[in-house]
Ligand binder design. Sequence first.
Ligand code: BGC
Length: 829
Amino acid sequence: MTVVTEGEPNSGAAAHRRSRAADSEPWDDPWMLSYKGFDPTQEGLREVLCAVGNGYLVTRAAAPESVADGTHYPGTYLAGCYDRTTSTVQGRAVENEDLVNMPNWLPLSFRIGAMGGWFGAADAALPGDRPFEILDQRLELDLRRGVLTRRALVVDGAGRRTRLVQRRIAHMAQPHLVALQTLLVPENWSGRLDIRSGIDGTVRNTGVARYRELTSHHLDPVDHGAEGELSWLQVATAGSPLTVAMAARTGVHLDGKPVPVARCDELSDALVAQILTVDAAAGRPLVVEKTVAVYTSRDPAVDGPLRAARRLAGRADSFEVLLRAHALRWEELWRRCRTEVDAARTGPVHLYLFHLLQTVSEHSADLDVGVPARGLHGEGYRGHVFWDELFVLQVLNLRLPELSRSVLRYRHRRLDEARSAARGAGFRGAMYPWQSAADGSEETQRVHLNPVSGRWLPDHSHLQRHVGSAIAYNVWQYYQATGDLEFLESAGAEMLLEIARFWADIAVFDADLGRFRIRGVVGPDEYHEAYPWAAGPGLDDNAYTNVLASWVLARALEALRILPGYRSDELAERMGLGGEELDRWRTVSRALHVPFHEGVITQFDGYERLAELDWDGYRRRYPDIRRLDRILEAEGDSVNRYKVSKQADVLMLYYLFSPREVHDLLHRLGYRAGDELFRATADYYLSRTAHGSTLSAVVHAWVLARSDRRASWRFFRDALDGDVHDIQGGTTAEGIHLGAMAGTIDLLQRCYTGLELREDVLWLAPRLPGPLRRLELELRYRGSWGVCVTVDRKDVTVRVADGRADPLTIGFRGSLVRVGPGEIRTLTL
Ligand code: BGC
């Protein structure tokens, strides 16, 4: 619970420091996340933090014998696998596209003797029996190798003790394979042991309480069967034409050799299981291996998902062999993403990188999928894609740029949909959706539930048109990091130009102001969707939107200059882009309106007329005021009336650009701006922000990094705590906050190193906050591998591994230095 006392600065950091129990850190070793015992209140959180995945799929860390019961929530999600269904909410039909909770491949249980109860079953088999008890449980997620291990001592009603060690992987080299190995050691008993291994297609999407009124049924059975060691299940999504097949191979080993088992198949339409019967002897470890192959109708290079799943499950290697190749792939990934941090309590850094690499990987790269805001770890935001890749791609650009490219391609494939959305709204160019899933159409819900008041309310967050600029920014940053002109030519520039065209078209000239205005939008601060005095939704001249639109227009014009002449001519021809339109782009990009008041940039036109909130009063009355929108609505009030932001909005400008760049942009727009504007604007909004999004801490840590390093570090710590300590109070169980996780890494990667990519130069200007003693990062820049940047209090060192690439140009304190392959340069701070 978070409590802020009077007089404290309004920083989530301050509030959280007090609530963080120092001894609750799940780390002894930064490469191992471990939890002792079982805490039903923490189970959802642990399932998400200990999830294993490989970009193709992610499986939550639910116990294999568990079912969704309010405490456990087994969930497996496949990248890009959504289902579109219609629900009835308050008598209205509401269409939704959901990331589907796929059949649970984990089920594995056992019983002692033919009449015993099954381990994990809520009810005892026979009257008078007591169900199993789990003693001494420990969960360990080995981040280096991507292995989740569960150790437990299980005791049945008759006092028979069985040691259990379960290891699971989502294979990082063979993305269609997941495997669960279970070691069972009877401690004080011998006799018949039945093992049940299944695939459960009866699961539903019930992971998020707020969505309970929406359809939860997404899977219909299609086919099932069993033969020898294999059993399989094929399902189809209820509303979308997607088929998914899983095939499991289960076997038992003793002393490294297969044990003959009697098998009995239990088959029903949506649930298949095999019961394997063996003789167990006290002290003799039995190893049960369950290897599951997963395919969908979206997969390339297969002749139907079921055939593919059965073939792969049948021929997959043993667990130990699979593990070796899997661990090797993780070793490679960690080499490429090396991030060494010398500072106390930065344990989650590797965990966050781990989840980033499990969500976006070479295996998602070929799948035509976007970056879901909550990972593939749960059903929060229904698995939708927002603007959060803005926080994700910057990390990948300098580590695994091919993954950034694939995400940008996902956007490019949906360019036509964005064009059609713009056309539908009466504009030219491309209007990307605020939330999207499979085909890039707008998936933002039009009503949402306020869990505090229990009311369904209109939702206008789709008016966040700034998402298009985030895509344009990502295109540009990717190009800066890689110099990949081929991508710019083939896809990047086209998106940039179409997004620019949209901004130039939506901007309207206001003769009184003598400037262009963008009206009826919503900025990143989702608390404000409408003027309290207006009948309809939307705000005018959101400063972030307008300044960024001006930047996009300028970059689009620059891209036309960078591209080889034949290609810019082709694009101009295709788009019907003539001199007159380009003149308008130039004009609009220099004359968009940016409001100011009291010496600060105004979040949107009219913001200054809103009321001040009684922050102290709300802090006194509510233990957690991050979701002031919900609190105020439940009180019959509206957050639209107040100068209160959910998250950084104007300050996003200082996140994407250095203060100098922001001021240059403002100068270009004809405004005077300098350091005083930055300081005043940062102070003003910081004291009026509720940090209702995990992205907020990331942005504030960044913005303050140069002006108040202590405050920056506090926000960094907050961002770092975000998911590990679930500081949004229960939301992590619904999925990771991928943008915040990646953003936290990026604070180390680009912010504290002062790394900027401009004018074909990699600029470094490190300023480490006090507690951060040293940073060492392995980067990839413009085709060069093994660019190692080390920063400490005294100097910054750049080392480039041997190779064939051209020397890098490093900018430092206004000068340029060249570092060639095999060279090291140390620059004194
Ligand atoms: C934030 C958005 C973000 C979304 C998904 C919301 O709470 O306000 O900025 O894109 O979560 O992460």
